[in-house]
Design a protein around this ligand. Structure first.
Ligand code: NAD
Length: 460
């Protein structure tokens, strides 16, 4: 049986459902095909549930340290089932809201495993869905592992780590990227003895070096063991523990109850009929042009299947873009360079634009100017008891090209930073703006004052 729609979207995660919602808003008939749950990784096993756990971790730490600000409270431990109930409540409310949106826009949600069988058809079981205007591929990503290291037993991906029936006593986190440091941070706050093992010389190696260094210092202060610049040899699972052999000069062996492998996520593009239909892949990612067109006319791709930042908000924007493109609205392509990144560990890291070393590579080292404003001079940060900084990276005598923040709730400050970088702000554009006092956001204004050579709450 065949059914025709204007848009057929394969994958109901952030990218796919955004394309469907915007498409329906623009008057298209839409079939949205999802094999699991509408909302995908972000809603069910990524952004939302992990951030709920990280919020519980923040509350646990605040309770532990309450006496330092004169509040009597006793930290009595983590009630894991209750934490999970809180997390699941958040996810369920958002899931119901999303289902309601999809239904109210008359999107046909098809439950099942889809396969691209022609440039305009997706097959689900014995039913085929034909697109009059376009097929949008949005099948997302899945956890990678290391060669020869299979998930199972005590070797976990972030999905299993999210639902452990009980907290491990000791955990090894393999990979000091975003997922690795977020889990290390929350597990430590939940009382787990954590060791992070990262192959490159610093944590969060995709971020500005200053952020990685600050995070490493903060982690060590908190009692998280950090091993950087080390390679992993053997991994062995026993009945009661898992052990990994490090090859760091002389090899040493780490043992724990669980090993979380967080060494990146790969695109989910295999065995879906993509290449047979003529879609071109590159290292598994779908090749697209700047208007998200694949090699097959009428087939678009959005989200983690497209090489670049694997972030839900990038997927949302790409989904909106494709729907508007198909409606002939001539939308501006998604500006990859201005997509903000937030890592929700303690302290948080938030950034947008170029790191110092990327700017030096692009512009030449002598054409880059940086300032760092320390949160020690920021009243609200002192009230919250957080340390960190705002770092501005600027093209000499030109606009700011990158902003990097470290500190509690830094992610909530990234909006202004994003506008400054996207709008190519110079110090004179930002210094006349009055920033509310006392806020952490003020620190961005202070950093611009420092860049203009007239710092207020900093020496110079
Ligand atoms: N807050 C967020 O925005 C958020 C949260 C979770 C995940 N994500 C996204 O999910 C994706 C996957 O996250 P991730 O943390 O798995 O990937 P990642 O690419 O951020 O980090 C993987 C890390 O593993 C290290 N690594 C690779 N091989 C190793 C080895 N053999 N031994 C030790 N270390 C090794 C890498 O050097 C890197 O630092 C990322 O693209 C991320 O942006 C984002």
């Amino acid at each position: 049986m065949s059914t025709e729609y204007d848009l057929v979207v394969l994958g109901g995660g952030s990218g796919g459902y955004a394309a469907a919602l915007r498409g329906a808003q623009l008057g298209f008939s839409v079939a949205l095909i999802e094999q699991d749950k509408l909302g995908g990784t972000c809603l069910h096993s990524g952004c939302i549930p992990t951030k709920a756990l990280l919020h519980a971790a923040e509350v646990a730490d605040a309770t532990r340290h309450a006496a330092t600000i004169g509040v009597r409270a006793t930290f009595e431990g983590i009630d894991l089932p209750a934490v999970y109930a809180y997390r699941d409540g958040v996810v369920d409310r958002l899931y119901q809201g999303l289902q309601g949106l999809v239904a109210s826009r008359k999107i046909v949600l098809v439950q099942g495993h889809g396969r691209l069988t022609s440039p305009s058809t997706v097959q689900v079981g014995d039913q085929s869905y034909t697109a009059r205007k376009a097929v949008v591929l949005a099948t997302g990503s899945m956890a990678r592992s290391l060669p020869g290291l299979a998930y199972g037993g005590r070797v976990l991906s972030s999905s299993e780590a999210l639902c452990l029936p009980e907290l491990p006593r000791r955990a090894i986190v393999l990979g000091g990227g975003v997922i690795g440091v977020e889990f290390a941070s929350l597990w430590h706050s939940f009382g787990v003895d954590v060791t992070v093992v990262e192959a490159l010389p610093g944590l969060v190696p995709n971020e500005d070096r200053a952020c990685g260094k600050a995070l490493e210092r903060a982690f060590r202060r908190r009692g998280i063991t950090v091993r950087t610049g080390v390679r992993v040899g053997k991994v062995e699972q026993g009945e009661k523990q898992v052990s990994i052999t490090l090859e760091a000069g002389e090899s040493d062996v780490l043992e724990a109850d669980v090993l979380l492998v967080a060494v990146g996520r790969g695109p989910r593009t295999a065995d879906l009929g993509y290449e047979e239909a003529g879609v071109v892949l590159d290292r598994g990612f779908i090749k697209v042009d700047d208007r998200l067109r694949t090699a097959v006319p009428g087939v678009f791709a959005v989200g983690d299947v497209v090489d670049g930042l694997q972030l839900a908000h990038r997927g949302f924007q790409q989904g909106i873009f494709v729907a508007e493109e198909l409606a002939g609205l001539d939308p501006a392509p998604v500006a990859e360079a201005h997509i903000p990144r937030v890592t929700y560990c303690d302290p948080e890291i938030a950034s947008v634009g170029l790191t110092q070393s990327q700017a030096e590579e692009t512009l030449g080292a002598d054409q880059v100017e940086c300032v760092e404003y320390n949160l020690a001079g920021n009243g609200k940060s002192q009230i919250l008891g957080t340390t960190g900084f705002v770092k501005l990276v600027r093209e000499k005598n030109g606009p700011v090209v990158g902003i990097h923040l470290v500190g509690a709730r830094a992610g909530e400050l990234i909006g202004e930073a994003q506008l400054a970088v996207a709008w190519e702000a110079r110090p004179d554009d930002v210094t006349p703006l009055v920033h509310a006092h006392p806020t952490q956001n003020e620190a961005i204004g202070e950093a611009f004052l420092a860049l203009a050579g007239k710092p207020l709450h900093a020496h110079g």
